[in-house]
Design a protein around this ligand. Structure first.
Ligand SMILES: [Zn+2]
Length: 143
């Protein structure tokens, strides 16, 4: 690295403490594709709060609608969801904006899974022929 260049300047305060680096737009344009991935990775280490939230998966509404289409349980579908982990509840998960519970999964076997927006717990509604059970599994951070 050239010791002095208008394109790349390491900055120090009067006490000699490093204060940062100045990279000219021209230099940045030439190297950002190569530099940015490493820079971003290091930034997330230094400042985890700068990491974007993971992309929110769309709700598999089509799976839910398929379950409704083949509904052969002895009771009507219900739209209420409650979270035993944090106490959140809704009378109709479809009506909340923003969602209190996001549909995560629905299958023809009758298992419907929601994620609580408040505490990220999973709420499992298991539909059996004549009855329904509800389980709440607290969120486990895999990081
Ligand atoms: Zn919750």
């Amino acid at each position: 690295m050239p010791p002095i260049s208008p394109h790349f300047l390491e900055l120090f305060d009067v006490a000699g403490t490093p204060r940062g680096v100045h990279i000219s737009p021209e230099l940045w344009a030439l190297c950002h594709e190569a530099v940015l991935p490493a820079l971003t990775k290091a930034l997330y280490q230094l400042d985890p709060s700068s990491r974007p939230e993971p992309e929110v998966r769309p709700e598999p509404v089509a799976e839910w609608e398929q379950l409704l289409a083949y509904w052969d349980f002895t009771y009507p579908p219900a739209y209420d969801v409650h979270c035993d982990c944090c106490g959140a509840k809704t009378a109709d998960w479809r009506a909340d904006d923003p969602r209190k519970f996001r549909l995560r999964n629905a299958n023809l076997g009758g298992l419907v899974t929601f994620q609580c927006a408040g505490c990220k717990a999973l709420v499992l509604k298991k539909h059996f022929k004549k009855h329904l059970t509800v389980e709440c599994k607290p969120y486990v951070d895999k990081a």
